[in-house]
Design a protein around this ligand. Structure first.
Ligand code: MG
Ligand code: MG
Length: 259
């Protein structure tokens, strides 16, 4: 079932969204050569606790992971792209780090991810980050009443194609609101003009992610961390977005910040 949210409920999701944006901005600032992923995890735990927020990841146990997740943020490095389990790893110069965070405040969830480069960037890493950000912006632009879900998927897929990145369709975006994962699924590839008609009050987490040279994935033995099957580098960008009567509303963006 798809639950449409009232403007007041969307405002409450935006409160959560701004906190998620603050945390991810802080992670981006802290992610530097010599910093351990576990330090980032503990820093985020502190921020969540001080805010009185609740992690959507802690104890999360879907069909794919191995047992409940015992961290509050996903940190995926280089060829790891989704659900990266924070572990004892010290960031190196040139690493590409995707941070994905979903929390709930007063019962309302927001979900966002961003990818940053640690230290000296390589041009091809900047390029794949730019591709996911452009794909996300293109999908957001389509999140308007009367458009269809397939328009969002097609917008993401078109950017990937322009850049020459293959698209995996096993993991994509999703509805979000009272819980982290709600209907509908939003594929990162699809046909324009197909699927659910978008209506005001629909809230979606849109999340293009690409690997440079493959659409196939492999799982680490931890059962969580998902990597590109060929070891190529990856990026992931996600925002929680509300369809409104007017322009699409990005709930996980700080005022005056881009993207
Ligand atoms: Mg996420
Ligand atoms: Mg998500």
């Amino acid at each position: 079932m798809i639950e449409l949210k009232s403007p007041a409920e969307i405002q409450r999701m935006q409160v959560t969204g701004r906190f998620v944006a603050e945390v991810l901005a802080e992670v981006g600032r802290l992610a530097d050569v010599g910093v351990n992923l576990l330090d980032l995890e503990h820093h985020v735990r502190g921020m969540i606790k001080r805010r009185g927020a609740e992690s959507c990841y802690w104890d999360y146990a879907p069909s794919f992971g191995k047992g409940p997740f015992r961290n509050v943020i996903c940190l995926s490095v280089n060829d790891a792209v989704l659900h990266g389990l924070p572990h004892d790893y010290t960031l190196r110069d040139g690493d590409i780090l995707s941070a994905d965070l979903a929390v709930s405040i007063d019962g309302w969830v927001a979900d966002s991810a961003r990818t940053v480069i640690v230290g000296t960037p390589a041009e091809e890493d900047l390029r794949i980050i730019r591709a996911t950000e452009e794909a996300l912006a293109a999908a957001i632009e389509k999140a308007r009443p009367g458009n269809r879900l397939g328009d969002l998927s097609a917008a993401i897929g078109a950017v990937a194609q322009d850049y020459g990145y293959p698209v995996n369709t096993e993991f994509g975006g999703h509805g979000v609101g009272r819980t982290m994962h709600e209907e509908p699924h939003v594929s990162n590839q699809g046909r324009a003009g197909r699927g659910l008609v978008l209506r005001p009050g629909l809230t979606l987490a849109l999340e293009p992610w690409f690997a440079r040279t493959t659409d196939r994935i492999v799982y680490d033995p931890d059962g969580w961390t998902i990597r590109s099957a060929d070891g190529s580098r990856t990026a992931h960008s996600e925002h929680t977005v509300a369809v409104t009567e007017d322009a699409p509303l990005v709930l996980t963006r700080l005022p005056d910040s881009h993207p």
